[in-house]
Design a binder for this molecule. Structure first.
Ligand SMILES: CC(C)(COP(=O)(O)OP(=O)(O)OC[C@H]1O[C@@H](n2cnc3c(N)ncnc32)[C@H](O)[C@@H]1OP(=O)(O)O)[C@@H](O)C(=O)NCCC(=O)NCCS
Length: 144
């Protein structure tokens, strides 16, 4: 059974495990815990029979939301869970949503474009580790 719900404090450890496997520039657990304690951030998880399969972290930046992270555990990828989680967020939006992605991240780009995000900017050499460009995507709330 797939369930989407807010992350609880006990979920931070499995979230951190997925974070570390999924990103070269993963956050430290202490950073995640600080963000979790800050009411400007929203943490949602997608669970399969109560096991965390993925998560999304959003930042409420007053006039816009920003996706800070979205990740699905490697063994659950390609099964529609990323789409389910992001669609859930888009269905509940009261303002626009922006995010940034590496140009090489084909699965993520496909996901965002499928869901109606528009490319609005390229940040040249944005990622210091590889020198890759970042693409900024916008989802306009009125497009729902
Ligand atoms: C990006 C990510 C969250 C997608 O989650 P997912 O659950 O695997 O994606 P879904 O199964 O919902 O697939 C969504 C779409 O992406 C596409 N997609 C998924 N995996 C893909 C792959 N390996 N290559 C190309 N396209 C892919 C599918 O075509 C799918 O569209 P469809 O439903 O029309 O087939 C997941 O790959 C991930 O956690 N990646 C590592 C972390 C990351 O890069 N996060 C994004 C940072 S900006």
């Amino acid at each position: 059974m797939i369930e989407i719900r807010e992350i609880e404090e006990d979920d931070l450890i499995p979230l951190f495990d997925i974070e570390q496997i999924s990103f070269k520039n993963s956050y430290r657990i202490s950073t995640l815990a600080d963000m979790y304690g800050n009411s400007s951030y929203e943490f949602l998880g997608i669970f399969n029979r109560n096991r965390m399969a993925g998560y999304i972290i959003l930042l409420d930046s007053i006039d816009v939301y920003e996706v800070i992270k979205i990740a699905i555990s490697p063994n659950y990828r390609g099964k529609g869970l990323g789409k389910k989680l992001l669609s859930f967020v888009l269905g509940d939006l009261d303002k626009n949503l922006i995010l940034e992605v590496r140009v090489s991240n084909d699965p993520a780009i496909k996901l965002y474009e499928d869901l109606g995000f528009e490319k609005i900017n390229i940040r040249k050499g944005y990622y210091g580790d590889t020198g890759e460009d970042g693409i900024v995507y916008l989802f306009t709330n009125e497009n729902k």
